[in-house]
Structures are given as structure tokens and as C-alpha cells.
Design a protein around this ligand. Structure first.
Ligand code: HXC
Length: 520
């Protein structure tokens, strides 16, 4: 019989074994691909010494395909909890060195266990994905395991923040867990996500495509919008997760942490008085406005390279986390189209679910016209953004910087969609449409009767000027109380901070219902 000393030594030996994953050779192969191991990733992610692992002695119970003779501690996923900046998080990290990180029955049960713990304790879940998908030898048990995770992702949605890092393969149905979470972070060149791989694509459609062009970080950060962030390597990807969490609360009944700042709340930015070009058709970079008004000029942009005609970002005002949505005149004149509407709608809903106040900076010429947009469902996608703003109950502060035309005026957090404080810069133009389009509609017949080119141009110019004088200003909206105040641009930071301070005790709730039916 073993002595107690031997029993302790046995425990320590077993613990040592767990650290080896699928063995030295496979760890070496992982490093050669420029990837870290599951444990190295966790070490980087959480505060030093804070990780508590669960279920390290779990192994599979499969008895087919030779698996009865091959098993490893952890069964291919490291799970547990730790601290990030002193705040509790739950983590799972898939271990590619064990059966290619493929998901088995027991592996899924481990992930479900920490997700249940995270829900009970109201703490975020971070999943690090690096896996060959369903463990083929386990058949339907593996598929069932995925679905068990999906169900938990769904129940946790809007209750605790869920963040997915994709640091390797993520293929087939495995993509749907990250898709159900709030944010996906991919690494350049070492990660990919697709529902079917290049071989299946070729056999079904005949199309030849590389892994990178089908589902690499470049595709998902620009074309599909699946990836919210791309990092050049895992170290930076993990730093990004830590930064992202700093803007988020632990759960939907808490507020995001306040980060004290030395940035004066009444900092005047003279540059903002000059940022809007005199020519209303000229662009400027709305990110320059954001940098000028937020604490320390610092923001974290979400989906920076997808639908760049709208900017979505986290930043702070006097230490308080705020979600910013801003039309970007630099891209497509800041127009609303299918993709920018979906991007902004999801961001608004995330902020609202997690008690993060919303600042909207408006400079929008309207919705993008054309068959491509209509066939693509701009009616439904635009409605998503409208719905998201109208449904949101967090404090909402809106500033019209320049254009707010047509339906887009209504959509962009207007007073009519329960905007709490709506300000405008003096350059704001609030109208049903731009001067050119309006004059064509209103004076088309008269214009067509003027045969002389010069006289026609002068007539149009005069009418446009008259229209601009009348409508292209914020004072008509202010007269009706739709704009609470017209503010001096350089004082914008102070006005925003005061606005959010005044809304700190806001309490609004929507009528009781099972759930809404947002136009999906
Ligand atoms: C069991 C797997 C596995 C899997 C990889 N391995 N994927 N074992 N089930 N799904 C094992 C390999 O046998 C190998 O074992 C080790 O992991 C490393 O794999 P390699 O192929 O050597 O690595 P690499 O060359 O880097 O290729 C990685 C890969 C490839 C591209 C991910 O392994 C691959 O194509 N795997 C299958 C992917 C797949 O089709 N999965 C099912 C998707 S459908 P040894 O012992 O040699 O080290 C799915 C359905 C989910 O997931 C449904 C949810 C609703």
C-alpha cells in the first residue's frame, strides 16, 4: 500500500504529466507553426499566478478506432478561471497537441462546466480556439458536445461577455460557437474559420480557393465581418482581449469599471471648430473628432476594416466606458448601407445589453441607393439599426456634426428614438435630403424649361442656396426641441461628459414581452 508521502508524490507527478499536453514533439510542432500552446496562452492572458485549473485529470472514454489505447490528461482542452486586471474570468483553451484539439464528449463537458460556473458567478468567458473540429472517432457524442456548448452560448448571450480568440483552425460546425459569442479575435496567417474547407468547396462548386482566401483573418476582418479584431500575433491578440475587457462590465447587472484619468473634463479642442470643411461635399476623418474628445485620445475600434463607412469603438469619458457609433465621411461619404447598418446595430445591442452608454456622432447623407443595396436587403438591414437604437435603454447622447438627411436622421439615435440628449454643431444640416436632390425634385419642371446652360446653372445654384439657407442648419430642429442645444464644437468633450453625468441615474424599461422580433 502506498504511503501518504507517495500519494502526494503521485499527485505531483500526475500534475507534471498534464503540463505536457500531447507530448514534446507535438509542442515543438506547434511552436514551429508560430503558435503558442494552450497553457502558454492562458499564462499570457491572466494575471500572473491567478489561474485555477479544473478537470486536468479528465480523459475520454472512447473505446473505438484505437482510442482505447491512447488518452491524455485534460483530453485536449485546458479549462479554469483566473483574473484579468484583478477581475474574475473563465477560460477554456483548446490544446492542438492532443488529437488536434478535436472536441470530444468529455472535452465538451469541461467547457460546459466552466460556462455554467461563469453564469453562476457573473463573469466573462474567454474561449481560445485551435482545433480540428469534432473528434471524428467519437461521432455523434462529439456533435452533441458542440450543441451543448452552443446552447450555453445562447443562454449566456447578453448576460456575461463572451469573447472568442481564434488562434488556429476553426472549421465546420465549430465556427458557430465563436459566431454566437460577442467578439471574435483572429491572428494573421495562423488562424482560419470556415463552414466547409477548400477541398469540399472545390468538389461542390468547382471553385479553387486557398485556406487564407476562404477563411483567413484578412477575409473575416474585411469581407464577412466575422472577425471583430485582427492581431499580428498571439501576444498582441491576448493583449487585445485584456484591453477589450477593460471596457466591459462583468455581467449585465453591473457597470463597466471606471478608469480614473488626468485628462481634464473641460478640455477645449480648438481644432474641432475648424474640422468641418466649408464645402459640404468634402470629407474629413471622424476618427480625428473621436480622438479629440475621448479620455487621453484613446479608443478601441471594433471591426475597423469592415464597413468602414461607420466607426464603432469603445472609449472613455471621464473614466466611464462608452460605446461610440460614428458615420465616417471619409468612406462612401458616411452613407448607411447593408453592412454598416448591421455592424452598428450589433454594436448598439451589445452596449445596451451590458449597460454601456452610447454616444452617436452623426454625419450621414442618407441610405445608399441602388439595386445592389435593395436586392441585398437594405430595408431589413437598415431596420436593424433603427430597431437597435429604438430598443436601447442605456443613456444615449447624440451629436449631429454635419449632415443628417432623410431616414438616416431618424435612425441615428434621434430624439424620436429616445435619444436622451441630442446636440448639434452649428454646421449641422438637418433635412429630408441634400440640396441638389431636393431642388431636382422641387424645381425639375422649371429647370427643364431653361434652355440656356448658364442661366440654368445660375437658377439651380440660387435655388440650392435658398434651400440650404432654409434647411441646412440645426435651428429648425432646435426650434421644435428635437435638438436640445447647438454647441460649440471645441467644447464637445465637456458637453458629452456633463450629459452622461446627468444621465447616470436614468431608468427606462421596455414593455414586458417574451422577446422582441428584431428584423433579422
Ligand atoms: C480526431 C484529429 C482531428 C479530428 C485532427 N486530428 N483533426 N483527430 N478528430 N477532427 C489529429 C490528427 O489525426 C493528428 O493526429 C493531429 O490531430 C494533428 O493533425 P494534423 O492533420 O497532423 O495537423 P495539421 O496538418 O496541422 O492539420 C490540421 C487540420 C487537419 C487542418 C485541422 O487535422 C484536419 O483537416 N482535420 C480534420 C478537420 C475536420 O474536417 N474536422 C471535422 C469538421 S466538421 P496525430 O496523432 O498524427 O498527431 C465538425 C463538425 C462539428 O467539426 C459540428 C458541430 C455542429
Amino acid at each position: 500500500m502506498s504511503t501518504n508521502k507517495q500519494k502526494i508524490e503521485d499527485l505531483l507527478e500526475r500534475r507534471k504529466q498534464t503540463k505536457l499536453g500531447g507530448g514534446e514533439k507535438r509542442i515543438e510542432a506547434q511552436h514551429k507553426k508560430g503558435k503558442l500552446t494552450a497553457r502558454e496562452r492562458i499564462d499570457l492572458l491572466v494575471d500572473e499566478g491567478s489561474f485555477e485549473e479544473f478537470d486536468m485529470f479528465v480523459s475520454h472514454r472512447a473505446t473505438d478506432f484505437g482510442l482505447e489505447n491512447e488518452s491524455y490528461y485534460t483530453d485536449g482542452v485546458v479549462t479554469g478561471h483566473g483574473l484579468i486586471d484583478g477581475r474574475q474570468v473563465y477560460v477554456f483553451s483548446q490544446d492542438f497537441t492532443i488529437f488536434g484539439g478535436s472536441l470530444s464528449e468529455m472535452y465538451a463537458a469541461k467547457i460546459c462546466k466552466i460556462m455554467d460556473m461563469a453564469m453562476k458567478n457573473g463573469a466573462p468567458v474567454i474561449g481560445i480556439n485551435d482545433s480540428g473540429g469534432a473528434r471524428i472517432q467519437e461521432g455523434v457524442l462529439s456533435l452533441a458536445g458542440y450543441a451543448d456548448i452552443f446552447q450555453r452560448n445562447i443562454m449566456a448571450s447578453g448576460v456575461i461577455p463572451q469573447i472568442s480568440a481564434i488562434f488556429g483552425p476553426c472549421a465546420g460546425g465549430a465556427v458557430y460557437s465563436p459566431a454566437l459569442t460577442d467578439f471574435n479575435i483572429m491572428t494573421k496567417n495562423t488562424s482560419y474559420m470556415f463552414v466547409t474547407g477548400p477541398k469540399v468547396v472545390k468538389s461542390v462548386t468547382g471553385e479553387e480557393v486557398s485556406v487564407e482566401n476562404l477563411g483567413g483573418a484578412s477575409v473575416h476582418s474585411t469581407k464577412s465581418g466575422v472577425a471583430h479584431f485582427v492581431a499580428p500575433n498571439e501576444h498582441e491578440g491576448i493583449a487585445l482581449i485584456r484591453k477589450l475587457l477593460s471596457y466591459l462590465p462583468q455581467n449585465n447587472i453591473e457597470d463597466a469599471p471606471i478608469l480614473p484619468t488626468n485628462d481634464p473634463i473641460d478640455r477645449l479642442e480648438d481644432i474641432l471648430n475648424e474640422i468641418i470643411p466649408d464645402n459640404p461635399n468634402k470629407a474629413y476623418d471622424v476618427k480625428d473628432v473621436i480622438h479629440a474628445i475621448v479620455d487621453d485620445g484613446d479608443m478601441l475600434e471594433v471591426q475597423p476594416n469592415y464597413a468602414s463607412n461607420i466607426v464603432t469603438a469603445f472609449a472613455r469619458f471621464n473614466g466611464q466606458s462608452v460605446g461610440i457609433i460614428a458615420n465616417q465621411p471619409k468612406f462612401l461619404a458616411g452613407v448607411l448601407d447593408c453592412n454598416s447598418s448591421r455592424k452598428a446595430a450589433r454594436f448598439v445591442r451589445f452596449c445596451d445589453a451590458f449597460n454601456i452608454p452610447i454616444l452617436t456622432l452623426v454625419d450621414v447623407p442618407g441610405f445608399l441607393p441602388g439595386t445592389a443595396q435593395e436586392y441585398g436587403g437594405i430595408i431589413i438591414h437598415g431596420a436593424k439599426l433603427l430597431f437597435a437604437y429604438g430598443e436601447a435603454t442605456v443613456p444615449k447622447v447624440t451629436i449631429i456634426l454635419r449632415k443628417a438627411y432623410g431616414g438616416a436622421y431618424d435612425v441615428m439615435a434621434s430624439k424620436h428614438l429616445r435619444g436622451d440628449l441630442n446636440y448639434a454643431w452649428p454646421m449641422a444640416e438637418i433635412a429630408v435630403m441634400g440640396a441638389k436632390g431636393a431642388i431636382e425634385v422641387l424645381n425639375g419642371t422649371e429647370i427643364s424649361k431653361i434652355k440656356d446652360d448658364k442661366a440654368r446653372a445660375e437658377f439651380i445654384a440660387a435655388k440650392e442656396e435658398e434651400y440650404r439657407e432654409k434647411f441646412a442648419n440645426p435651428f429648425i430642429a432646435a426650434k421644435f426641441g428635437y435638438i436640445d442645444d447647438v454647441i460649440e464644437p471645441r467644447n464637445t468633450r465637456f458637453r458629452i461628459i456633463r450629459a452622461f453625468q446627468s444621465l447616470a441615474t436614468k431608468k427606462v424599461s421596455n414593455p414586458p414581452k417574451k422577446h422582441s422580433n428584431i428584423p433579422l
